[in-house]
Design a protein around this ligand. Structure first.
Ligand code: CP
Length: 325
């Protein structure tokens, strides 16, 4: 496993995987390790973000990302404010930039934003001095999901080079597929996708192989099958005849589950899971199902992101060790 050459990042914001250098990706993954070790302590809180404020702006629903950013920020001793869109002046017609300008007057240091429109986090980043973290924007990007996925896989395979991941499902509408495939490819994995022809973009980056049949894709012998949530809220058309049909063709059915277990393939999913659609219930109890580890690692990786972004706007990078006391 390659060690990062850098000891700090030099950026205000985290908006996508593409603009991170490979060294920055390694640095985030390495920095998350000691933060995860904190989780076994009775007191999990450390001081690096004491006096800082993290504002969470979620214009779309979230369980994992919003909660884990909040826990991550609090474990670093930051104060956290959650902006409730439905109870805010957004419903009276206030624009995003006016909302951000208003909130900026309250001097938050970080803005964690999720929005249904691609590019909104970047727009906000250009209009605020706070560090902006993209928590998912439209079809575009979900960088901290990609980083926690990479972290989870590196716990299993310390060197990801040459390992194979098959991403299955709604590739067209998935910001997770975009960010995670890019991140895992940059870490040396072979990445393939499989899904309904209507849910695969007509043009794909050259690093992605495409399969047209689940059984054929499993014969490729992936180390990991990464199932995507069916994004019904983003689909403007009927992309497949029925949920039952989708499960039959693109889900982990009983037969495919047997194949996955016999081949020792790991299973991942970003959540929330549609049971009976992307997978049968039994998969959730499979010993190589990494869904709970992904959620747990989300906190450590988000602590690392907050910690490193905070350092990058400071003059001098102190050692991490004293920060963990
Ligand atoms: N993976 C993910 O983004 O989950 P949430 O929508 O619950 O945040």
């Amino acid at each position: 496993m390659r060690k990062p050459r850098k000891t700090r990042m030099t950026r205000k914001d985290l908006l996508d995987i593409e603009t991170l250098s490979l060294d920055e990706i390694h640095l985030i993954l390495e920095t998350a390790k000691p933060f995860k070790e904190l989780f076994t302590r009775s007191v999990k809180k450390v001081p690096p973000l004491k006096g800082k404020t993290v504002l969470q702006l979620f214009y779309e629903p979230s369980t994992r990302t919003r909660t884990s950013f909040e826990i991550a920020a609090k474990r670093l001793s930051a104060d956290v404010a959650n902006f409730a869109v439905a109870q805010s002046s957004v419903v009276k017609g206030e624009s995003i930039l006016d909302t951000v300008a208003t909130l900026q007057s309250m001097k938050s240091d970080f803005i964690v934003i999720r929005h249904s429109v691609a590019g909104v986090p970047e727009l906000i980043a250009r209009n605020t001095t706070a560090s902006v973290i993209n928590a998912g924007d439209g079809f575009h990007a979900h960088p901290t999901q990609a980083l926690l996925d990479a972290y989870t896989l590196r716990e299993i395979f310390p060197d990801l080079a040459g390992k194979k991941v098959l991403i299955v499902g709604d590739i067209l509408h998935s910001r997770v597929a975009r960010s995670t495939s890019r991140c895992l490819h940059r870490l040396g994995m072979n990445v393939a996708v499989f899904g309904a022809g209507t849910l695969i973009p007509s043009t794909l980056p050259p690093h992605l192989s495409v399969f047209s049949c689940f059984e054929e894709a499993l014969r490729w012998e992936p180390d990991v099958v990464y199932l995507l949530r069916l994004q019904l809220e983003r689909q403007k058309a009927n992309f497949f005849p029925s949920m039952r049909e989708y499960h039959h063709s693109f889900g982990v059915t009983r037969e495919r589950y047997r194949d996955i277990v016999s081949r020792g393939i790991y299973v991942m999913h970003p959540g929330p899971v549609n049971r009976g659609v992307e997978l049968i219930d039994e998969v959730m109890d499979y010993e190589r199902c990494l869904i709970n580890q992904q959620v747990e690692n989300g906190i450590a990786v988000r602590m690392a992101v907050l910690y490193l972004l905070n350092l990058s706007v400071q003059e001098k990078a102190p050692d991490l060790a004293p920060a963990l006391v």
